[in-house]
Design a protein around this ligand. Sequence first.
Ligand SMILES: Cc1cc2nc3c(=O)[nH]c(=O)nc-3n(C[C@H](O)[C@H](O)[C@H](O)COP(=O)(O)OP(=O)(O)OC[C@H]3O[C@@H](n4cnc5c(N)ncnc54)[C@H](O)[C@@H]3O)c2cc1C
Length: 272
Amino acid sequence: MDEIQWYFPQELDQVPEILSREGVVPHSGGTGILWGGMTRVQGLMDTSRLDLKFVRDQDGSIVLGAALSYTEAAEALAKADHVLTRSLSSAATEPLRNRISLGGSISMFPYWSDLMGPLLALDAELSLVGINSGTCPLSEYVQKRKLRQKSLITSIRWPDTPWQGAYYRHTRTPTDRPAFSITVLVLRKSKRIEEIRIVLVGCSGRYRRLIEVEQTLKGAEVPAEPVNFIDAAAAQFRIDFPARMGFSAEYLEACASVELKRALAAALRSSS
Ligand SMILES: Cc1cc2nc3c(=O)[nH]c(=O)nc-3n(C[C@H](O)[C@H](O)[C@H](O)COP(=O)(O)OP(=O)(O)OC[C@H]3O[C@@H](n4cnc5c(N)ncnc54)[C@H](O)[C@@H]3O)c2cc1C
């Protein structure tokens, strides 16, 4: 293998030229870069000297710099008891959480991501610098391969809405990566569910917004004893899984169906 060239930009306007070079890719936490293999990588652009570790409250939105680690992002949002604080604090192990960055995790989007479910449910938007400079919805970024090429994610933004929610990760041990995860966000006015978003990460096709379940619940009044109400909504759940991590596809589907009900119950409890 040829020697890898490192680049250390200090200003964002240096980034497009560096990423335009053949085989040069960003390096943030460095925990995922080897998963994709290094055969086509000729250069690594370190992001640590760029000003990308900020937390801003801007025009009714929360904006996080893409170089923040999971630990830093979780701490920044902890006061609001944010669903991301819960999901990111439970990812991997503490040494890994201190390294894994938001930008690297979005770019890589493994099925075991503890970041992407909450961000997709929040309808997050990304800022990019490179051949795709500008902003784009996260949901578009994950669909369009072209947006991921030769472009650096610089920040992540979402509307600062007072969601209540629940997050579940399906693991074999506390430090395991999840086989799937479920994010539920709810906005309630008294008993009525004003808005609800449910995202499952780790199914076939990598993730799904559970629109059918959301539609059953949106606008409905939550009864004092919500078991049948939740059962009826969760009955809309039809989702395929690949077999993985020693679990069969059928087993994962059955677990997800049960955990969806528990996550809905937890989200409705926390928002009451
Ligand atoms: C043992 C282990 C267990 C793990 N468990 C979990 C878990 O439980 N939950 C979880 O959520 N994650 C987990 N992870 C982390 C996950 O697998 C990835 O390694 C991580 O998300 C990558 O982030 P990074 O900052 O380290 O990216 P890097 O390794 O630096 O880069 C990964 C990819 O993203 C690109 N990239 C980096 N930064 C940017 C940017 N700003 N803009 C655009 N592209 C960029 C790189 O070029 C590369 O292609 C685990 C990792 C390991 C090693």
